[in-house]
Design a protein around this ligand. Structure first.
Ligand code: ZN
Length: 197
């Protein structure tokens, strides 16, 4: 029996909707980590706090200052209110007792998911362990704002309608600059024809 793609999608819509909501809310949590947290310098500064008493073993790790001071320097509450709230109060889904434990958890999740999402561009259809266990779609990295999103379609490159519009405008701009846009090419020819220089 031949299956019609669209029909099967409609039948399972309710089920997949719930799953995708779960995936989205999981990624909303993971995306609380500001992008700059992935910078090597920031990771380096976080090292002594992450290692705790073991940091003394690594003499190269920068010493001094509290974890709170490190956070205030890179992620002030006024600029990252939700992220700082998570570190201070935690998330009921994950029982982690201290801000440093919460930092370690969200950082490792975020950076691992990025590695998996980055691999999709090369090896298509590869699922992260989280997506595999939960029956989710693969994760993608938005080419406009850089956050993680559920790749509900294979060719989806952006996290939202808003970023999708920006992406399309940029693509159009690129084509326009290389002169391959039909409308632009025609306008240019017309200008030349009319004697515009
Ligand atoms: Zn985006």
């Amino acid at each position: 029996m031949k299956r019609v793609k669209g029909v099967a999608t409609n039948i399972s819509y309710r089920e997949t909707l719930d799953q995708e909501n779960g995936h989205q809310s999981f990624l909303d949590f993971v995306n609380l980590l500001p992008l700059k947290a992935g910078n090597p310098e920031v990771q380096m500064e976080a090292t002594p706090h992450v290692l705790g008493k073991w940091s003394k073993v690594f003499s190269n790790a920068p010493q001094g200052g509290t974890f709170e001071a490190f956070l205030d320097r890179h992620f002030p509450v006024k600029d990252f209110p939700q992220f700082r709230k998570y570190l201070a109060e935690g998330d009921p889904r994950f029982s982690l007792p201290t801000p440093v434990e919460r930092w370690k958890w969200i950082t490792s999740l975020n950076l691992s998911l990025r590695t998996w999402a980055g691999a999709h561009d090369i090896e298509d259809g590869e699922l992260s362990p989280w997506a595999k266990n939960s029956g989710w779609k693969p994760e993608g990295i938005c080419c406009v704002c850089g956050i993680l999103f559920p790749r509900t379609r294979k060719d989806r490159k952006t996290c939202s309608e808003k970023c999708g519009t920006v992406h399309r405008q940029r693509e159009w701009q690129k084509r326009k600059e290389s002169g391959s846009t039909k409308r632009y090419g025609r306008a240019r020819k017309l200008k030349q024809f009319k004697g515009g220089k």
